[in-house]
Structures are given as C-alpha cells and as structure tokens.
Design a protein around this ligand. Sequence first.
Ligand SMILES: Cc1cc2nc3c(=O)[nH]c(=O)nc-3n(C[C@H](O)[C@H](O)[C@H](O)COP(=O)(O)OP(=O)(O)OC[C@H]3O[C@@H](n4cnc5c(N)ncnc54)[C@H](O)[C@@H]3O)c2cc1C
Length: 438
Amino acid sequence: MAEITLDVDFEPDFDVIVVGGGCAGCVAAYKLAEAGKAVLVVERGNYSGAKNMTGGRIYTHSLAKVFPDYLDAPLQRKVSHERISLMAPDSNFTVDFTSRELTEPGQESWTVLRAPFDQWLAEKAEEAGAEIIPGIAVEDLLMANGKVVGISAAGEEMTARMVILADGVNSLLTSKAGLSKPAPAIDQVAVGAKETIQLDPAVIESRFLCNPGEGASWLFAGSMTNGAIGGAFVYTNEDSISIGIVATMSEVIKQDIPVYQMLENFKNRPEIAPLIRDGKLVEYSGHVVPEGGLKMMPELVGNGVIVAGDAAMMCMNLGYTVRGMDLAIASGEIAGKAAIQALDAGDTSKAGLQCYKTMLDQSFIMRDMKQYENFPEFMEECPRLFKGYPEMIRDIMNPMFIVNGQPRESLKKMAMGPIKEIGMFTIAKDAMKGMKAL
Ligand SMILES: Cc1cc2nc3c(=O)[nH]c(=O)nc-3n(C[C@H](O)[C@H](O)[C@H](O)COP(=O)(O)OP(=O)(O)OC[C@H]3O[C@@H](n4cnc5c(N)ncnc54)[C@H](O)[C@@H]3O)c2cc1C
C-alpha cells in the first residue's frame, strides 16, 4: 500500500470511494448518493457488468428493498419452475417443482443477465448523484497514519474519508488492506464456465413448459463434472438460455478434462441437446465463485475501509440454490448505511465503522452464512453426491420402468440391490450430515 502524508487542513476529494461497480458497489454508491454524500465508483470494466457473470437467478427481496421500482430493472423471466437433477453417465433423474408461492411478491426470483442488469444499477447510482469512472482498475490503496484514505488508479491518486471494497471474488485490495490472506485456498473457490444461447421466446416456453414471462431454474449434480464437487445449471432468459458448469478448483486440477470440455459434453447430452437445439451462441464467459462460506470470509472492517459482496465471500452454493447477488445487494445497502452513519459521526476509523459489522450480524446475510457454515465440508465429505447416488437412483428406476417380459421383482427387492451397493449405513450417515449442514 502507498503511504501518503496529509496536510493539516486536508480535505479529501470524496466522502467515499467505492471500488467495483457490480451489484454490491452500485447499491452502496446509490445509498450514499441518495443521502447527499460525495461518492465515486471506480469500475475496471468499460461499463458496469462488462466483466461480470452469474448463473443466474436473483432472489429479488433485497433489490426490492432498495428499489421499490425494481420491476423496471432488466429482469428476464420470473422463475416458476424449480428443477433439480441427478445425472449419471447414461440417465437423468429430475424433480420439477412448481408452486404459486414461488412467484409471489417478496419471495419471487428472476433470471438475470449481468451486462444489462448491472448497467441499470449503475444508472440508478448515477441518477442519485454518484460519479462513476469506468474502464480503470484500482491498483492500490492510499494509507496515511495507518488508515485507508484513498486509491491509486491509472497513475492518479484520489482521496476519500473511507473506501468500500466491492471488487468481487478476486479482491487483491482486501489483502492489501490486511483484511484477508493473499488468495483463497483452491478448495474454497470454484471455477464456472457459461454460454448464453439465443432462442425464440416461444421456443423457450414450449421446451421448458413455462407460461410467457415465466421461466425455469435447473441445477444438476453428477457425471457432468466427472465426479468433481460441482454441477451444471440451465436458466431461461427472455430470449436466451444460460447454460454452464461450476466445479471446485482443487478438484478440477486433478481431472483430465477441462471445465470448458465438461460444458461441451453436458450440452451434447441427450437430455440437454434438445433444449438448446438451433440456438445461437451469443456470449461465452468464465468466472470464479467463492464457495467456502463463512470460514473464508475476510475481516469485514478495517481502518477507513469496509468490504462487501463477493469481495467479502458472501456467496453460497447449496446444490439446489445458488445465492450471491441478493447478498451482494443487501451488503451494499448495509455498507452504504454504515458509511453514512460513520461519516455523520465524523469517525471513519475502524471503531467508527464497526456499525457495519453490527448491522451485518443482525441481517439475513450473516445469519444465513452461519446457518450453512458446514455445508462446504459436507460436500467434500460426500463425494457420492457427484458419483454414486446418481447411479444408485438410475439402478433403482431402471427396473421400475423397464418391462421386457422377464418376471418382475418386488419394489423392495429392486431398490435394495442398488442401496446395498453403497451401504444403508453410509446412506443414513450422509442423509444425517446433509440435514445438519442444511
Ligand atoms: C458461474 C456462476 C454462477 C453463479 N450463479 C448465481 C446465481 O444463480 N444466483 C446468485 O445470486 N449468484 C450467483 N453467482 C454469484 C454472483 O454472481 C456473485 O455473488 C455476485 O456477482 C457478487 O456481486 P459483487 O458485486 O460482489 O461482485 P462482482 O459482480 O464480481 O462485481 C465486482 C466488480 O468489481 C470490478 N472490479 C474488480 N476489481 C477491480 C479493480 N481493481 N478496480 C476496479 N474495479 C474492479 C469488477 O469488474 C466488477 O464489476 C454465480 C457466480 C458464478 C461465477
């Protein structure tokens, strides 16, 4: 970090500088600007969302809290179908859940594409009075007397009473501020590859059995990751499908097929190919996902600095649901509020910014992060979720559905063979551990 000397009558350029114009950064800037604070967002992409990626489906509760007009945002389709699948090399078992309650205000979720969505958030922040400089990466933090007092970017220095780090999962600045280790462990992060495939809206609705304007979230575990911890996803957008693979980095490096090949193989599966047939590839992206949960969180408050969103590792992948954007938005809102409180009290030191931690602890963010604290370990201890259980289900279902003139066995006998192969005791232990972790 660059140490600078401040004059006695030092007046900073801004009240707050926000690093990163993604979900967390734009919302923090919006809250600050709305309260009349001088706030600058520095975003390395040519526009907000240019470098961002998600699966993606956003649970809109936290967006609705900040923006009552959130339905004007470029949301894609309201999710009315929740599908989860266990995929063996030659079979696929799917649960398709629909319920009116899934689509009710306050608890609904929408599919989303980050480029238009993040630009909408950035416009909201700008309309409220925030300044946004895109196309510049922040390289370092400025320090004076042990306190963060600004940033340096593209050879220029800019000062502020405090800095909010919302620079995503690869936040080099969090470690420069002394709040985290230089890099997360490779078993705490996953790598994601995604394609966006354009299709006619009516084709999407008929292939995914959805009404106009509604869509599906579909998560898969099993053979597509070749036994590695991870899975695949398919989300329906207005006129495109988001399809991708996520796999834990420590396991990916042991595989003989790279993640992009896993995605290619997944797309060619007989269950998946008809969903994207005749579609046009319009975007390809790759990104890291923080999956280590609470145990990989950095310190959230430093002297003159706080951390929000993925930079604070606020993300959770529970297999049937992936969440990061609702946490990023809520933590951005709380970061904004905490910064306003500290600025109004004239104390943006570590002590003055502790209100951020207190507000986070009282919010759903820390409660949910604590609730699922042990889930990442459960995934590591239960490789059978990815290789074992999908095959077991196949071996139970096949004799149920295959009628070939051979004498039938009782359902109990058909099921017990595959169950015994893994072991009743192992299955019961996995079920208990899974229930505890969830
Ligand atoms: C494959 C995949 C699937 C996912 N699926 C889902 C899902 O379905 N639902 C869900 O809710 N979440 C999902 N997530 C997680 C979600 O996308 C993240 O949690 C969310 O994007 C975090 O938002 P953020 O604003 O904290 O970080 P980001 O969106 O990463 O934004 C950080 C911003 O900081 C900028 N930046 C970085 N470094 C600098 C720098 N030095 N200077 C200036 N700017 C900088 C970046 O360009 C970026 O704009 C998924 C993630 C991945 C990768």
